[in-house]
Design a protein around this ligand. Structure first.
Ligand SMILES: *Cc1c(COP(=O)(O)O)cnc(C)c1O
Length: 385
């Protein structure tokens, strides 16, 4: 048996949606992009949605539109994909980190409160909580700390379409200025590559739409020079080509219909894993009672004191057994690039200790129960050997 850690679920409907688009004149940024944006806005309850070419592009444009730049620093979780921090550097800004909560593996409000006290004189410009594995951060606490210091929040919700917090969908932006989604092939829904920014702010929306396409506008009311004719457009600032194609949007839109089904299936599989692994020397995912996770990832931590093998031996054993395990995430500040910027081993001890114990097991909607049991049996044999 060979089981990947993630696998996109592509149905005949998805395939038809994509091939239908190939027979139209709209291959890029056409009506499907708008329909995809509307569908995601409706699902999350956000007023505006801006589809872009990737989650990374979404972070880059959002940071730019928020005003990240030279002399400004974003604070995020070290337990994230490098893109969350990198996007600030694209803008000429800096990135720093706030250690994680050892229960949720999300940015810790307590660590944030401490760090804000220490940095009273050089506060961050933006705080970027990441809803790791599809579990919402403690947005209530993070929001009140940020507000008390006049700092804006944007959410990296790449794992979290389908997640709820306090009964509201992540992406509704009740506790932030905007949220970013990724539709990379391993995420909850996919458009191949793709991303989206959600916001309730009209000004941010207008700016994002412009930055997505070279900084160009075709709205005459925004022109700064006389309008010479119908061919005319103006470039008002330096933007990018970060558009989503209609081919991608067709796939994303088709997948949007199944977010609820996917999240329910993931929850079911997580319950099966939790039951089957309960007696092993593992720390299983803890669920914040205020939230309802999308379970983008299923991560277990090894209780090393009770296991004879190392993390690496267990990881390699599972791989040899055909199980596509993974590790989310190598703390960003441990990357050589960030070490060169001055970060050190020991800077964020909770994220580092988590990293030394974590293993991501296969989880995707198409995972069958016999496959899940195969993973469980292998892991049991390796741990108890
Ligand atoms: C996937 C991911 C990204 C980047 O998204 P892409 O669509 O791959 O560019 C950013 N942040 C997190 C937390 C992610 O998981």
């Amino acid at each position: 048996m060979k089981i990947p850690y993630a696998r996109p679920d592509i149905t005949p409907d998805d395939i038809k949606a994509v091939t239908d688009i190939l027979q139209t004149d709209w291959l890029t940024q056409g009506p499907l992009q708008e329909r995809f944006e509307s569908a995601i806005a409706k699902y999350t309850g956000a007023r505006y949605a801006v589809g872009v070419s990737s989650g990374t592009a979404a972070l880059h444009l959002l940071y730019l539109a928020m005003g990240v730049g030279p002399g400004r620093t974003i604070w995020t979780s070290p337990n994230t994909f490098v893109a969350t921090a990198n996007a600030s550097l694209y803008c000429g800004g800096k990135a720093d980190f706030v250690d994680i909560d050892p229960r949720t593996y999300n940015l810790s409000p307590e660590a944030l409160a401490k760090k804000l006290k220490i940095h009273e004189k050089d506060l961050p410009f933006l705080i970027v909580p990441v809803h790791f594995a599809g579990q919402s951060c403690a947005m209530e606490e993070i929001r009140s700390l940020a507000e008390a210091h006049g700092i804006a929040i944007v959410e990296d919700a790449s794992h979290a379409i389908g997640t709820a917090y306090q009964g509201r969908p992540v992406g509704c932006c009740q506790w932030s200025d905007a949220a970013v989604l990724s539709f990379h092939a391993v995420k909850i829904i996919t458009s191949g590559e793709g991303g989206m920014i959600l916001t309730n702010r009209a000004d941010l929306y207008e700016r994002l739409v412009r930055l997505r396409s070279h900084g160009i506008t075709r709205h005459p009311e925004l022109f700064s020079q006389p309008n010479p004719g119908p061919w005319y457009y103006e470039q008002l600032e330096l933007g990018y080509n970060y558009r989503l194609t209609d081919i991608q949007a067709a796939l994303g839109l088709s997948q949007t219909n199944r977010i609820t089904t996917y999240v329910a299936r993931r929850a079911e599989l997580v319950r099966s894993y939790n039951q089957a692994l309960a007696d092993l020397p593992l720390t299983l995912p803890w669920q914040d009672p205020r939230g309802s996770p999308s379970w983008h990832l299923y991560v277990v931590q090894l209780v090393s004191e009770r296991i004879k093998k190392t993390q690496r031996e267990i990881f390699e054993c599972l791989q040899r057994g055909g199980i596509g395990v993974n590790l989310h995430y190598i703390p960003v500040h441990l990357q050589p690039f960030y070490q060169k910027l001055g970060f050190r081993v020991g800077d964020f001890p909770e994220a580092e200790s988590y990293y030394r114990r974590a293993i991501t097991l296969p989880l995707f909607p198409g995972l069958q129960l016999d496959e899940l049991n195969f993973v469980v049996d292998q892991l049991r044999a390796i741990l108890l050997d």
